[in-house]
Design a protein around this ligand. Sequence first.
Ligand SMILES: NC(=O)c1ccc[n+]([C@@H]2O[C@H](COP(=O)([O-])OP(=O)(O)OC[C@H]3O[C@@H](n4cnc5c(N)ncnc54)[C@H](OP(=O)(O)O)[C@@H]3O)[C@@H](O)[C@H]2O)c1
Length: 300
Amino acid sequence: MKILITGAAGMLAYDVCMFLISRNHTVIKTDINQREHDVEYLDVCKFDTVFECINKHTPDFIFHFAAETNVDLCEQRPEHAYRTNTIGTENVVLAASRHNLPLLYISTGGVFRGDSPDPYTEFDNPDPINVYAKSKYEGEKIVKDTLSQYFILRAGWMIGGLELDKKFVFKILGQLKDKKKEIFAVNDKFGSPTFTFDFAKNILPVISTERYGLYHMANVGVASRYDIAREMVHILMLEKDVKITPVHSSYFPLPAPRGRSEAIVNYKLNILGLNLMPRWESSLKKYLKESLINNGIYER
Ligand SMILES: NC(=O)c1ccc[n+]([C@@H]2O[C@H](COP(=O)([O-])OP(=O)(O)OC[C@H]3O[C@@H](n4cnc5c(N)ncnc54)[C@H](OP(=O)(O)O)[C@@H]3O)[C@@H](O)[C@H]2O)c1
């Protein structure tokens, strides 16, 4: 299959491209960020160039990953967020529609209000509370209302991509590298860690069913950032050297509001026997040991 990917220089695309290539698929990588030499410049905000690019490459499938993923920046610059995440998605969707192509869109567990004690399923109603999640949810609606051949996969807190990881795990690793003796981590907000290498492996089994629609796809289990930091220290056998101190989210004031819980469960994938996502703790161990230490990103 020939797959055109938007946002192909990003964290999720790093593992998805590696996996697809290992399975002999042809990947056309596009992004506004050209940190990789094999990425073609494509700004999803510009409809004409999106259309021309798809016309030129004639892919069999579009994986639309491009997004402004900085949640706090989205809150501060809503127009930028809606232009990239909603209108950008509309552009890609319209081009897919004109070429009658199936499309995969990645959304977020952040689309829910965040006050449920249980992880959210695909059958719960979204009610996003920050601009990032609203802009992604509007993207979902455009995908669903315009296309018949689509997959929307909602991910949780994404972890992976080695140096491309700008998120929590990489920040904690930075503090461990700096030999910090005490690390503060929030223990009143919960999510579903989602490792990009697990996510990448689960995509093909899902889309090859042609059972189009919306799915949750996160690793199994719910965690706070405090739980993740503690598990990291445990895996790296640093418990005697580093203290992880739980703090309330008000300790790190941020521009965008976050609900208490962004946790999701792969309810539909479980019913269909398509859930290949492992527990988050085992994937964290694999990520730290096999990816970061073996690649020299973290040294003990
Ligand atoms: N990260 C998470 O925790 C998370 C959770 C749930 C769902 N998702 C979704 O998963 C998808 C992949 O996210 P990711 O974690 O891989 O994020 P990422 O590392 O930020 O990758 C997104 C890529 O899109 C690029 N981009 C931004 N604006 C663009 C535009 N106008 N045209 C083309 N490319 C553009 C970014 O470039 P710059 O780096 O230069 O901005 C970046 O290379 C996104 O749709 C995201 O919303 C992410």
